[in-house]
Design a protein around this ligand. Structure first.
Ligand code: DX5
Ligand code: ZN
Length: 230
């Protein structure tokens, strides 16, 4: 079986917000597969970032997939605005609302790909009955709210169980938090195929640094996947 390719999604949370459009363009040119956008509300998570107008403002900076991670509660009233302003994928947290099935249907009805995210303490069984409405499962490898936190190793087991549960369905398994060239092989070998990384991509501050950072994460992940397949 050919190993599935590993996609790298830099989180702009770690970029220079004073030059946001330029940072998105630079990380796109440096080899990002997707652009990961962290939306926080100061209620579901203890931090506030940005909303739909910022997504709209940076949309012209890249043609890559805009992967919008909503850490907001409620999420449903804002889905349409994020869709209109340029999201390609919208991910909601299973913990952020009582009607996950409805939220996923609403995202797909807007013509977008639908994702669900699970905090570290939430078991994968929370999404067992919505698998057929999902394009992406985001397993948090830190507690959401901040960049630069330490990877939680207990999630490796959840990644492997989720991969088993997904079976042949065309669903991405994404990880977010503490992903570096050191942790990338662990998550890729466990079954993750989309790696979000903030601090590990944006360190260095130049296009060539971003390109080297992305390549280091990708190479480490792909080496682990091909040695597992061999
Ligand atoms: C955390 C965010 C992440 C964050 C990752 O709540 O969802 O996307 O930017 O940052 P690093 O890669 O620095 O852990
Ligand atoms: Zn995120």
């Amino acid at each position: 079986m050919r190993p599935r390719p590993v996609l790298i999604a830099p989180s702009i949370l770690a970029s220079d917000f004073a030059r946001l459009g330029e940072e998105v363009r630079t990380v796109d040119e440096a080899g990002a597969d997707w652009i990961h956008l962290d939306v926080m509300d100061g209620h579901f998570v203890p931090n506030i970032t940005f909303g739909p107008p910022i997504v709209k403002a940076i949309r012209p900076a890249s043609k890559k997939v805009f992967d919008v991670h909503l850490m907001i509660q409620p999420a449903d009233p804002y889905l349409e605005a994020f869709a209109e302003d340029g999201a390609d994928i919208i991910t909601v947290h299973a913990e952020a609302g009582p009607h996950l099935d409805r939220s996923l249907q609403a995202i797909r009805a807007l013509g977008l790909k639908a994702g669900v995210s699970l905090n570290p303490a939430t078991p994968e069984s929370a999404i067992e009955y919505v698998l057929d409405k999902l394009d992406l499962i985001l397993l948090m490898t830190v507690n959401p709210g901040f960049g630069g936190q330490a990877f939680i190793p207990a999630i490796l087991d959840k990644i492997a169980r989720t991969r088993g549960m997904v079976g042949d369905r065309p669903i991405h398994i994404q990880v977010d938090g503490g992903i570096t060239a050191k942790t990338a092989p662990l998550v890729a070998a466990a079954g993750a195929d989309v790696l979000v990384a903030g601090s590990a991509v944006f360190k260095g501050g130049t296009r060539s640094a971003y390109a080297a950072n992305i390549a280091a994460i990708r190479d480490a992940a792909e080496a682990a996947v091909s040695s597992a397949a061999a």
